[in-house]
Design a binder for this molecule. Structure first.
Ligand SMILES: Cc1ncc(COP(=O)(O)O)c(C=O)c1O
Length: 450
């Protein structure tokens, strides 16, 4: 039976029987069965069209024909591993190197963001001879055991914090200790990292790495103040550690102004290791680690081979190359800058109208809308955010929430998201918020009269 011929209820029943409930669905009370994707749209089994505002994996658009074709053509000829000479892997490394600062010139190819971050951890430890890691609060860096350990978002609900992990506050200028009125939040938040490093060192610990998403997404679509990373890198390198920029959600032109989100932190800032995933393969399992000669040489010095069965295969590299081609051909980085600033402007206009919209922050097509109970406390409007997301879904718009308070609406759509999509989504959001406010007002009136 073709998958799209089975009714939604039958699929759900089978899934419940065969898959662990740890593997969750979006909208568990009424999940969506998606059978087709194209561009920024996904279609359910009835043919209903949803606008996808969250899938940053389908970076250049769901099922982009050029990416699909590249995979198909290479699949017809050869798919093997990286132990044979093949042009795709070297062409791909060369193309990626052109997007990065010169120093980041050694590449490893893998299959998932988690694998990339796990390798980054090994590289950092081997290079520095140290073991410990500093991470940002609420961060998520992957699902492997090693990464759960450095992901406060996960380990807080599990075994807790390991002695080799040190947590620094999120550089969140809306909710954190240093806010928009602080004269230099970049230095202030970086000093927090310094404090965390010093307190670890006092206990005899040695720092191997600082890991951070270039724009913390799970932490609530946070835009670290410019200059924060260079300051942090100074503190970390003085402690003998390296700086790892996790670009898994935010790289490949999403931020518009630059190809990599860490470049928002200053022209001269260069991480020691950059990890890539998700968008890199437009849905095909591809990931990459880029690092410096010095880090790579230290890893090589062990004499132990790095081998990954599927990473860097001719097909994966053909896919990666096709994604870069499409980004260039369709000028999607510039498009993200243009549509992103238009969307920010539209959302900004709504802020004047709806007091629940506390903060609207973003860069390119990475935008967060922080919903609050009231301006004075900035208390997260968690239930309201949940309600808005479910009402948007009824309107065939897919959005979700992030942040420790699960109150930040996150926009990170495929890069072909259009000006019309932005207008449509904001109009629906406006209607939902207006309706919600009217309902609250009539409840209050009822209460006053009862
Ligand atoms: C910032 C970040 N790093 C790493 C990962 C792990 O990537 P993967 O799920 O491909 O293993 C994710 C996945 O959500 C992520 O968001």
């Amino acid at each position: 039976m073709a998958a799209d011929q089975r009714g939604k209820a039958a699929t759900l029943a089978l899934r419940r029987r065969l898959l662990s409930s740890s593997c969750r669905l979006f909208f568990p009370e009424d999940p969506i069965k998606i059978v087709r994707g194209q561009g920024q749209y996904m279609y359910d089994e009835q043919g209903a069209e949803y606008i996808d505002c969250i899938n940053n994996v389908a970076h250049v658009g769901h099922c982009h024909p050029l990416v699909v074709q590249a995979a198909h053509e290479q699949n017809q000829v050869l798919n093997t591993n990286s132990r044979y000479l093949h042009d795709n892997i070297v062409d791909y490394a060369q193309r990626l190197s052109k997007t990065l600062p010169e120093k980041l010139c050694v590449f490893y190819f893998l299959n998932s963001g988690s694998e990339a971050n796990d390798l980054a951890l090994r590289l950092a430890r081997q290079y520095t001879g140290h073991w410990d890691v500093v991470v940002l609060d609420h961060a998520y860096h992957g699902h492997l055991s090693s990464l759960i350990d450095i992901s406060p978002y996960k380990f807080r609900d599990l075994d807790g914090q390991k002695e080799w992990v040190h947590v620094a506050p999120l550089p969140d200028t809306y909710r954190g200790p240093y806010r928009e009125d602080h004269p230099n939040p970049a230095v202030a938040y970086a000093s927090e990292v310094k404090r965390v490093v010093s307190s670890a060192q006092e206990k005899g610990r040695k720092i191997a790495a600082f890991f951070a998403e270039s724009l913390p997404s799970v932490g609530g679509q946070i835009i670290p103040p410019a200059g924060y990373f260079p300051e942090v890198a100074g503190h970390i390198r003085r402690a003998g550690g390296v700086f790892v920029a996790d670009e898994i959600q935010v790289g490949f032109g999403r931020v518009g102004k630059h190809f990599w989100a860490f470049q928002l932190q200053g022209e001269d800032f260069v991480p020691d290791i950059v990890t890539m995933g998700k968008s890199i393969g437009n849905g095909h399992p591809v990931a990459c680690v880029a690092t410096t000669q010095a880090v790579a040489r230290a890893f090589e010095a062990t004499g132990v081979e790095y081998f990954n069965t599927f990473g860097g295969s001719p097909v994966s590299c053909a896919v990666g190359l096709a994604v870069l081609d499409v980004l260039e051909k369709e000028q999607l980085q510039a498009h993200a800058a243009c549509v992103g600033s238009f969307l920010m402007e539209l959302l900004g206009q709504q802020k004047a109208k709806h007091p629940i919209l506390g903060d609207i922050r973003g860069v390119g097509l990475f935008i967060g809308v922080d919903l609050i109970k009231d301006e004075a406390t900035r208390m997260p409007a968690t239930e309201e955010a949940d309600y808005v997301v479910s009402r948007l879904k009824e309107n065939y718009i897919l959005l979700s929430t992030d942040g420790p308070g699960r109150n930040v609406l996150k926009f990170k759509p495929p890069m072909c998201f259009s000006l019309d999509n932005a207008r449509h989504v904001v109009a629906k959001l406006d209607a939902i918020l207006t309706d919600m406010e009217e309902k609250v007002r009539s409840c209050e009136t009822l209460r006053l009269h009862s």
